[in-house]
Design a protein. Structure first.
Length: 244
């Protein structure tokens, strides 16, 4: 599948590491004009060196006012990838207000805020657009100690459908990708016990976790015209886990 995003303005959140970083690299290689948004400046500096010409924005997306200042006038964006998230581990009975608020602010509230900024711009310019939320298979199934994180991903499923319904008349498509474990920094932090990791992997019909590239490919498909009639939907990148 040869995709071409030549000249299209794109914005990726959580671009410093992992899936977001590789999404920026793929979009840049396919000709998009990318705005990479993340929290750690050194990550953005090294990404800029790998992808000359990208624009970088360093901001904590959990901070509404800072995000408004940083992205309120970001300029045209036709392709948006809401990828930034945190995944703190807490047993349900030990969930704290701080972790609950922080996780919802970064994973969900910023997705709403950035989508509003971008979608308003698309509507104002009268151009079609595609928005992809990086969710998770835990929007549908539970894993231990991830109740708050999973709840943010469950809520993203609802926002995906609601946004698709309200933005569809403006030719803006909204979808999600829902991966299983990917061994990025986040995946390694969540799965520290090798025995639990082995057992979890074995429960996947394909006997593996997902690779970053698998997730990026699904994101690119949903951003592209190859999915022109797909909206309000989610692609599972779960090595068959939900079928097991
Ligand atoms: P990583 O932790 O490897 O990378 C996340 C990136 O998001 C980092 O660059 C991080 O910056 C940035 N980020 C986090 N919080 C903020 C913030 N408040 N403001 C701005 N940027 C922020 O995660 P992954 O690449 O693994 O995850 C990407 C997406 O994929 C997430 O939505 C995650 O939920 C989802 N996902 C991941 C899975 C996995 O197993 N890895 C499985 C299923 C879904 P910094 O490091 O500087 O904080």
């Amino acid at each position: 599948m040869q995709l071409n995003f030549r000249g299209l303005p794109a914005l990726v959140t959580g671009a410093g590491k992992g899936i977001g970083r590789d999404t920026v690299k793929a979009l840049h290689a396919l000709g998009a004009k990318v705005v990479a948004v993340s929290r750690t400046d050194t990550d953005l500096v090294s990404l800029s060196k790998e992808c000359p010409g990208i624009q970088t924005v360093c901001v904590d997306l959990g901070d509404w006012d800072a995000t408004e200042r940083a992205l309120g006038n970001v300029g045209p964006v036709d392709l948006l990838v809401n990828n930034a998230a945190v995944a703190p581990l807490q047993p349900f009975l030990e969930v704290t207000k701080e972790v609950f608020d922080r996780t919802f602010n970064v994973n969900l509230r910023s997705l709403v805020q950035v989508s509003q900024i971008v979608a308003r711009g698309m509507i104002h310019r009268g151009v079609p657009g595609s928005i992809v939320h990086v969710s998770s298979m835990v929007a549908y199934v539970t894993l231990p100690n991830l109740s708050v994180y999973s709840s943010t991903k469950g809520a993203i499923s609802v926002f995906t459908r609601a946004m698709a319904a309200e933005l569809g008349p403006y030719k803006i498509r909204v979808n999600s990708v829902n991966p299983t474990v990917v061994l990025t920094a986040m995946g390694q932090k969540v799965l520290t016990d090798p025995e639990i990791a082995r057992k979890l992997k074995e429960r996947h019909p394909l006997q593996k976790f997902a690779e970053t590239e698998d997730v990026v490919n699904s994101i690119l498909f949903l951003l592209s015209d190859r999915s022109a009639s797909t909206s309000g939907s989610g692609i599972l990148v779960d090595a068959g886990y939900l079928a097991s």
